[in-house]
Design a protein around this ligand. Structure first.
Ligand SMILES: [Fe+2]
Ligand SMILES: [Zn+2]
Length: 422
């Protein structure tokens, strides 16, 4: 600030002798008026002006609710311990004082609260600060991709690095959060490898196909995935309300013959594009509820799973949240209005043509030791048909993780790396 003052003063047209006097006077004034944090009460808000120029507004009820004193907050449990009925919701700040370190509030009922400025800044209500917290701590922002930029976004991680190093584990999970796809390579060829990887996150997600599922040619199965025929583009298990979040496909044996390739497309990219290019189709796909179904038997247990949701599911802010897509697991029960259904079929056709365009799909064949990990809430995948030969029977082991656990592990790792705070 002092330097700015000097620069602007030297640029002025004031004669030299007067100029030096003026600079000295202004500098002295700046020292004298060295700004300090100033807190005032402004109705339902506390206004906090910081020397940096930041102006924070803090709801008085939020401050009382989040008092950090030992009667109101237990720092070991990291949680609020004051019951709501112990809070006087008509309480007002009787006095507010700020210094370089903290904001102190004396309440009308005599209770006292103190908040460090660092703690308050980390919980800032300024829109840009809130966006930053959401993007660094809540969830990392997604980056959309298609066939053109897939090679530049795909990251590969060595299995032993991911299970032995927190930095590599974080790298893998960050790649999953941002791009929804990554490959782990040099995986030991055992059934335990996926379990060990899942344990590094928290624990695997069990479904009615078990903790792990073996994808190999299994005649007389009730699931189309366990056949060697082509599998069209689909998401897994969209008939679950709590749809498993990350699909991990460990290639133990890949067919040496033709076929067996995986195909992937980013439904986040497709959805964002459709929103702009065909708003009518987008509206039908994001609002008309479809019934997703899986009826069958696995491991001696029968199931009859149903879940109603649109193809494109958005959150309460209208942001892309989840994709549901499957030809075999879309029920013939369609509980929507006739107009909606007519519009939906046209929209589904538009979406499917885009989905199957080579511009939007990538195709590759995983090698033994590779785990293809992808976001089952966001990506749509497929597999080409293949042929087994004696001594070369394609064998993939699958296992799921839930995003709640992945985001949780990612935050712990980012906190440990000093990237975020509590
Ligand atoms: Fe699948
Ligand atoms: Zn308190």
């Amino acid at each position: 600030m002092l330097r700015n003052l000097l620069v602007s003063a030297s640029r002025s047209l004031v004669p030299m002798s007067r100029q030096s006097r003026l600079v000295a006077t202004q500098a002295a004034a700046a020292v004298q008026q060295q700004p300090k944090p100033v807190a005032t009460v402004d109705g339902e808000l506390v206004s906090l002006h910081l020397p940096s120029g930041e102006h924070h507004k803090l709801p008085t009820m939020w401050l009382r609710d989040n008092c950090q004193c030992p009667k109101c907050f237990n720092s070991q449990q990291m949680s609020r311990i004051i019951y709501w009925d112990e809070l006087d919701t008509s309480v007002k700040p009787a006095d507010v004082q700020a210094d370089e370190e903290k904001l102190a509030v004396k309440w009308s009922d005599g209770h006292r609260s103190e908040f460090t400025l660092e703690w308050l800044k980390d919980r800032s209500f300024l829109p840009e600060d809130q966006r930053k917290w959401l993007d660094t701590t809540y969830r990392l922002p997604k980056v959309a991709w298609n066939a053109e930029n897939y090679n530049s976004i795909l990251k590969r991680f060595k299995y032993s690095d991911v299970v032995n190093s927190k930095e590599h584990l974080r790298g893998w999970l960050e790649a999953m959060a941002v791009y929804g796809v990554a490959i782990v390579y040099d995986t030991p060829p055992t059934e335990e490898s996926l379990l060990e990887l899942g344990d590094k996150v928290m624990f695997p997600r069990r479904t009615h196909y078990g903790v792990q599922f073996h994808i190999r040619d299994k005649p007389n199965t009730t699931n189309v995935a366990y056949l060697k025929e082509k599998l069209e583009m689909h998401t897994d298990l969209m008939y679950y309300e709590y749809k498993p979040g990350i699909n991990m496909l460990h290639c133990l044996v890949q067919t040496e013959g033709a076929g067996g390739e995986n195909l992937l497309a980013d439904a986040y990219y497709l959805s964002e594009k459709l929103k702009v290019t065909n708003p009518e189709a987008y509206k039908a796909l994001s609002t008309v509820p479809v019934t997703w179904a899986d009826i069958g038997e696995d491991g001696g247990k029968t199931f009859y799973s149903l879940y109603r949701a649109p193809v494109i599911c958005n959150d309460m802010f209208g942001e892309f949240m989840r994709i549901n897509y499957s030809q075999p697991q879309r029920s013939s029960h369609f509980n929507a209005t006739l107009d909606q259904i007519v519009a939906w079929y046209k929209a589904y056709d538009v979406f499917t043509k885009e989905l199957n365009s080579p511009k939007n799909q990538v195709r590759f064949k995983t090698r033994p030791g590779e785990i293809l990990t992808f976001d089952n809430i966001r990506l749509i995948h497929a597999r080409e048909g293949y042929d087994d030969k004696p001594g070369n029977e394609r064998h993939i082991i699958g296992q799921f993780l839930d995003w709640d656990e992945v985001f949780s592990r990612l935050r712990v790792l980012r906190k440990e790396a000093g990237l975020i705070k509590y």
